[in-house]
Design a protein around this ligand. Structure first.
Ligand code: DAH
Length: 337
């Protein structure tokens, strides 16, 4: 039995010498309930009364030694693991953090919002209309009957003979007037479509902002004053506006409106192509036919309307020379605004 106990000690120690040994497995193998030392102790009963205390003491010594060695190894393993963790989980507190990229609004949206704010400040409210529109609202109600030549420059995408993608925001005028008696003071920004090839200044989808004011005694003077206020707020205090006679079927008289170039102040530069002026919108007094068609008596009421391209104003404001840049979603380009 003595030999057996010494053998157990030797074997256990040998296993525990190995740095990568599984300490818990060794503990169970030798000291566990069904372990080797325990089974030797069970045989104590067979010993003579003189031998028993001697073997008992030896067995206790062996157990104590193995336990001490196991504790030592467990301690060493723990230290080793801590060492490993300290190396592998090292944090460089001086390293740069991950940059949080905050998005922002597209330049077209920024400009549209700015325009909306200016008009809201002048007492306008925002009206919306459908992008898929009836021929009636896009053309007929606006004094553009079938086969009218004005349809040529506004060729668009047809869904049926009567339903199309609106070529302008002007149909919202008709929709609002049909539903509301004056006073009316609305703007209507939104997408419009035309059957145009893509190039630096054309796109089959673009944006306009429409305006309409109808009340008793509205004159072209009101239109001019209101547009001047808009231009000064949008482009700067020194901005002047100029009306040039034009023709739109839904206004009479009609005008194209220019603003003095806000880069050169009117002297002539690259942005205004040497003109000193930049065309920004079409406008005029709402045609009596349009008022009548929409259920408003032109003997009592008069009104003005205007429509401008949001792309054009955005391009002028930021000096963008190719419209395609606004739709390509190139982050490097968009980041600048
Ligand atoms: N709808 C016109 C266009 O797309 C722009 C326009 C001109 C709108 C005169 C108006 C207006 O309201 O009075 O070319």
């Amino acid at each position: 039995m003595k030999a057996k106990l010494n053998q157990i000690r030797e074997e256990a120690f040998k296993l525990l010498e190995d740095e990568n040994c599984n300490v818990e497995e060794i503990r169970i193998k030798y000291l566990g309930k069904k372990g080797e030392l325990t089974s030797v102790l069970r045989m104590m009963g067979q010993l003579s009364p003189e031998e028993r205390p001697i073997m008992g003491q030896l067995a206790n010594e062996v157990r104590a030694e193995i336990e001490a060695k196991i504790a030592e190894m467990a301690e060493a393993n723990k230290a080793k693991e801590l060492e490993k963790a300290l190396v592998s989980e090292k944090i460089d507190v001086t390293a740069y953090g991950k940059e949080q990229k905050i998005g922002k609004l597209h330049p077209l949206t920024q400009v549209q919002r700015k325009m909306e704010d200016i008009f809201i400040g002048m007492g306008f409210s925002i009206a919306e209309g459908p992008e898929v529109e009836y021929d009636y609202y896009n053309f007929q109600a606006l004094n553009i009957p079938e086969n009218h030549p004005a349809r040529d420059t506004q060729d668009t995408f047809y869904i049926t003979d009567n339903i199309l993608l609106r070529s302008q925001t002007s149909p919202v005028q008709a929709r609002v007037m049909e539903k509301t008696q004056p006073p009316i003071r609305i703007i209507s920004p939104g997408r419009v479509y035309r059957s145009d090839e893509v190039d630096g200044s054309h796109s089959p989808l673009f944006h306009q902002l429409e305006g309409l004011v109808v009340d008793k005694g509205i004159t072209m003077g009101n239109l001019r004053g209101m547009l001047e206020t808009f231009a000064k707020t949008m482009f700067g205090e020194k901005t002047k506006i100029r009306f040039r006679p034009h023709h739109f079927p839904f206004t009479e008289p009609s005008a194209e409106v220019d603003v003095s170039c806000f880069v050169c102040g009117g002297k002539g530069c690259r942005l205004c192509k040497g003109e000193g002026w930049i065309e920004i919108l079409g406008a005029g007094m709402v045609h009596p036919n349009v008022l009548r068609t929409c259920g408003i008596d032109p003997e009592i009421y008069s009104g003005f309307a205007f429509g401008m391209g949001i792309e054009r104003i955005t391009m002028c404001q930021y000096g963008i020379d190719d419209m395609r840049l606004l739709y390509e979603n190139n982050i490097k380009f968009l980041k600048q605004f």
